[in-house]
Design a protein around this ligand. Structure first.
Ligand SMILES: Cc1cc2nc3c(=O)[nH]c(=O)nc-3n(C[C@H](O)[C@H](O)[C@H](O)COP(=O)(O)OP(=O)(O)OC[C@H]3O[C@@H](n4cnc5c(N)ncnc54)[C@H](O)[C@@H]3O)c2cc1C
Length: 464
C-alpha cells in the first residue's frame, strides 16, 4: 500500500510548469523571479547577523518569487498557491535578523515591494500598503507636521508590514513602546491563506495581536495603519564620558527626565565607538571614551551643561533638518545598526538581545563583563512601555565575540543565570524557550487563517 507523503516531502515538492503558468497569468513574467542569483539574493534576509543561522540557512531559497502589483493580484497568487499546496513566505525588505522571511522549505515567496501605496495620511495616522518603506511614511508625515512614533534603525529600507510582523522597537520607543503596545497600530488588513482567501480588517487591539510580531506565520498583511505623533524639531548629540558607568548615569538621567523631550538614548562602551567610522572621522569619538547618543529637542547649551554635570562633553551636534537627508544620522549607528558596524569591523562579532532588571542591571553587566572580558562590549538602548519617559527602561543589544555555537549558548545561559533575560537571535525556531516569543495566541489564529499550514513553515517545532 502506498503511504501518504510526509509533511516534509509535501513541502519540498518541486513546482510544476503548469503552476508557474498560473502565477504568470496573474502577475506577468516581469513580476516573477524564477532562477539565478536574484532568486537566491531576494530569498535571504539579515540572518547572517547570527553565525549559527549563517551555517543553517545559507543554502535556502524560494522556488519562485512573485511581486504582485495590486492587492487583488496578491489574493489570486495566494489562491492558486494554496490550491496546489505549496509553502508561502511573505517578505518585505528582508532586513529581519532571524531568517524569518527565508523560505526554509522553498515554495513561493511573496514580495510586497510593489504594494507601496500610502492609502491615507492625516496628522494622527498613516494607512499604508504592506510594502511601503517606513522612511516614505516619515517623509510624507513631516510635510503635515507629524512623524512616526518610533521606527527600526532600518527606517530607510524596511517595510510597513515587515516591521509590524518582524520588528519590535527602535528610536522613539522610549516614549511610545513597541509594535505590540496598544494604540500604536490602529488597523491591520489581512488576507487568509485559503484557496478562497478572505480579507479581514482587524481593529480590536486584542485581535491585532494575532498579526503583530507574528513573524509572517498567521496571515498575509496587506495594509497597516500606524498611529503618528506630532513632529518635534529633534537635534542630534554625541556625548563622551570617561567611564561606562558615567555614560550610564547620564543616559539614564536623559531617558527618564520628563522635562527633556527625547527620542533616542543609546549608550556604547569603548571600543564600540571605534567601529562608527564616519563618526570617528567627524571627531565625535575621542579615544577610549564610552559614548551616549541623544536625540532631543533641547538646545546645545543645555545638553553641554547636563553632560558636564556627569563629567562628560558634547563631541558632535547636528540638527536633523530633513530626516535622512543629512550626511550623518545617529539612528544609522544605534539599535541593531550598532551590530552591523561591529561586524563590518570584525566579522567575529555578533550580538545578544538582553532585557534587564532595571534595578540591578548595572551589577549584572559588571558580572558578565568580569566573566567574559573583551569578548563582551556593552550596548544599551533605552526603550519603554508606551507611557512616555516615566516608563523608559534599559535593554541590551550586546556585542559579543563568537567563538563557537556552544560558547555562545553558554553566554546566553550565563546571562539568564545572573538575571539578564535573553531573547536569543540565534535560532529560527520561534516556539522554544530561548526566544521567549509569545506564540500560543498566534498558533490559534494560524489554525483558522492558515488551515493547510502552508504559511512560512519551518519556524514552529510544535506545528511543523
Ligand atoms: C542593520 C539592521 C538594523 C535593525 N534594527 C532594528 C531595530 O532598530 N528595531 C527592530 O525592531 N528591528 C531591527 N532590525 C530588524 C528588521 O530591520 C526589522 O524587523 C524590520 O522592520 C523588518 O522589516 P522588513 O520589511 O525588512 O521585513 P522582512 O525582513 O522582509 O520580514 C520580517 C518578517 O515579517 C514577515 N512579513 C513581511 N511582510 C509581511 C506581510 N505583508 N504579511 C505578513 N508577514 C510579513 C516576514 O515573513 C518575516 O517573518 C534590524 C535589522 C538590521 C539588518
Amino acid at each position: 500500500m502506498t503511504q501518504p507523503p510526509n509533511r516534509q516531502t509535501q513541502l519540498n515538492k518541486p513546482l510544476s510548469a503548469e503552476f508557474l503558468n498560473r502565477l504568470t497569468n496573474i502577475v506577468g513574467e516581469e513580476n516573477m523571479i524564477i532562477s539565478g542569483s536574484r532568486l537566491k539574493r531576494n530569498s535571504q534576509d539579515a540572518y547572517w547577523y547570527s553565525p549559527v543561522l549563517k551555517k543553517q540557512l545559507a543554502d535556502k531559497s524560494a522556488d519562485v518569487i512573485v511581486e504582485p502589483q495590486t492587492q487583488q493580484q496578491l489574493i489570486d497568487v495566494i489562491s492558486v498557491t494554496v490550491d496546489e499546496r505549496f509553502p508561502i513566505v511573505p517578505r518585505g525588505a528582508g532586513t529581519g535578523n532571524y531568517g524569518q522571511s527565508i523560505p526554509i522549505y522553498g515554495g513561493v515567496l511573496i514580495s510586497t515591494k510593489k504594494l507601496n501605496q500610502i492609502v491615507e495620511l492625516t496628522p494622527d495616522c498613516a494607512k499604508v500598503e504592506a510594502g511601503v518603506i517606513l522612511l516614505d511614511i516619515e517623509t510624507e508625515a513631516r510635510k503635515i507636521g507629524a512623524e512616526l512614533r518610533f521606527f527600526p534603525s532600518t527606517l530607510p529600507t524596511s517595510t510597513a508590514a515587515g516591521f509590524l510582523a518582524g520588528g519590535s522597537a527602535g528610536p522613539g520607543s522610549m516614549n511610545w513602546g513597541n509594535v505590540w503596545t496598544p494604540g500604536n497600530i490602529l488597523e491591520v488588513k489581512i488576507v487568509t491563506i485559503e484557496a478562497d482567501p478572505q480579507t479581514i480588517i482587524l481593529t480590536d487591539p486584542t485581535d491585532m495581536q494575532t498579526v503583530i510580531h507574528n513573524c509572517g506565520l498567521t496571515a498575509m498583511i496587506t495594509e497597516v495603519t500606524y498611529a503618528l505623533a506630532p513632529h518635534q524639531p529633534w537635534q542630534q548629540y554625541v556625548l563622551a564620558f570617561d567611564s561606562f558607568e558615567s555614560a550610564l548615569d547620564a543616559g539614564e538621567r536623559f531617558a527618564k527626565d520628563g522635562q527633556l523631550p527625547t527620542r533616542l538614548v543609546s549608550i556604547f562602551d569603548w571600543p564600540l565607538p571605534l567601529f562608527f567610522k564616519q563618526l570617528v572621522k567627524a571627531g565625535a569619538c575621542p579615544d577610549g571614551k564610552p559614548l551616549v547618543f541623544l536625540l532631543t529637542t533641547a538646545k546645545v547649551e543645555e545638553i553641554q551643561k547636563l553632560a558636564a554635570a556627569e563629567g562628560g562633553e558634547v563631541t558632535w551636534h547636528n540638527r536633523i533638518a530633513n530626516v535622512h537627508k543629512s550626511n550623518l544620522e545617529l539612528t544609522d549607528f544605534a539599535w541593531n545598526h550598532t551590530t552591523l558596524w561591529a561586524m563590518k569591523a570584525d566579522p567575529a562579532w555578533t550580538y545578544l538581545q538582553d532585557t534587564f532588571d532595571p534595578e540591578n542591571y548595572r551589577a549584572h553587566l559588571r558580572l558578565r563583563k568580569a566573566k567574559y572580558g573583551d569578548d563582551v562590549i556593552d550596548h544599551v538602548e533605552f526603550t519603554g512601555a508606551g507611557g512616555g519617559p516615566c516608563t523608559a527602561y534599559p535593554a541590551g543589544l550586546t556585542i559579543v565575540r563568537y567563538r563557537s555555537d556552544e560558547q555562545l549558548q553558554e553566554m546566553i545561559d550565563y546571562g539568564e543565570s545572573i538575571g539578564i533575560m535573553q531573547y536569543s537571535p540565534h535560532t529560527t525556531v520561534l516556539d522554544e524557550p530561548n526566544t521567549r516569543w509569545e506564540y500560543k495566541h498566534l498558533l490559534e489564529a494560524k489554525k483558522v487563517w492558515d488551515p493547510h499550514n502552508l504559511l512560512n513553515p519551518g519556524h514552529l517545532q510544535n506545528n511543523d
